[in-house]
Design a protein around this ligand. Structure first.
Ligand code: HEC
Length: 277
């Protein structure tokens, strides 16, 4: 580039005016006072001419905003609208405002939908996670409210450690919801109406077959220890799974001073396969 090619003159125009607002020798530093301009879009046009008379032109559109900023909620550029619109208009912090308060610059917009979606998603995940990881203490699992709840959502009544359904926990809960109304929580039954299970020969027998059979298929019109019971013991084959029957049977076999061998869900399944006598 020879020195001849260097621009020798720079003219600066504003908004399509034919009269330049300044003519300078490059490199030029000049000041554009926007306070004389109206707020809104403007255009600066710079024309540089070199010694050989060639022109270079550069236009720079810009926007002046000396007045307060304006925020509108409820109507966006290009929205298609009909009927009446509720708009929220806020104006904040112009260039001339001395004490600018950030709080006033925040347009009180409604919480955007995506924020709700995110929030609800987080809550749902937290509940799912809590439900998956929460294992209640035996005390709690045995409480009527909790037993009801696990019953409703088909809670995990799986085998405890060692493959035997736990006698407390699930078994106690099932007993409370399904059996205690007749045989009573403490297993003593009701004199002449519902037989006691504490110390009952069937419940404490080493062979659990009869115990399982009665729980699965019920019992009616059979004297127990010389007492006739007028009502029937309902069968539970339809309502309870093998795991659940084993759990409640084991609860009876190990509660109220009973100390009989416990059963596995497999043993219940065997009795079930044979069907009612
Ligand atoms: C509606 C009341 C009622 C409910 C609920 C009930 N039972 Fe019974 N149960 C009886 C009656 C009545 C008998 C005695 C029937 C007979 O002797 O004919 C009985 C008998 C039994 C026996 C036999 C005792 C024996 O010595 O022969 C066992 C075991 C038993 N129930 C366990 C259970 C279990 C476990 C549950 C819960 C899953 C349960 N019962 C729920 C009323 C009930």
């Amino acid at each position: 580039m020879s020195s001849d090619a260097l621009p020798s003159r720079v003219e600066v125009y504003l908004d399509g005016n034919d009269d330049p607002i300044g003519i300078y020798q490059p490199p030029a530093r000049f000041r554009l006072d926007t306070e004389d301009l109206e707020d809104g879009p403007h255009e600066l046009r710079i024309v540089a001419t070199d010694r050989s008379g060639h022109c270079g032109v550069r236009t720079i559109p810009f926007e002046v905003r000396n007045g307060p900023g304006i925020a509108v909620d409820g109507l966006k550029r290009g929205d298609v609208v009909e009927g009446a619109l509720d708009l929220l208009v806020n104006a904040y912090g112009g260039a001339y405002e001395e004490n600018w308060e950030p709080a006033r610059a925040e347009t009180p917009a409604p919480i955007p939908t995506w924020a709700w979606v995110l929030f609800l998603g987080a809550v749902a995940w937290a509940m799912f996670y809590a439900a998956r990881t929460w294992s209640p203490s035996p005390d709690m699992a045995g409480s009527p409210t909790f037993a009801q709840w696990t019953g409703e959502i088909g809670g995990d009544i799986g085998p405890g450690p060692g493959g035997t359904p736990s006698a407390d926990g699930a078994g106690a809960a099932l007993y409370r919801t399904s059996c205690a109304s007749c045989h009573q929580t403490n297993g003593v039954g009701l004199d002449g109406v519902f037989p006691p299970l504490a110390g009952d020969p069937v419940v404490v027998a080493d062979d659990p077959t009869r115990h399982i059979e009665i729980v699965l298929y019920g019992l009616q019109g059979e004297a127990i220890a010389g007492v006739d019971y007028p009502t029937a013991m309902p069968g539970w084959a339809q309502q309870l799974s093998d795991v659940e029957v084993a759990a409640v049977v084991n609860h009876e076999r190990t509660s109220w001073g009973n100390d009989a061998p416990t059963v596995t869900p497999d043993q219940v399944a065997q009795v079930r396969r044979r069907g009612s006598r």
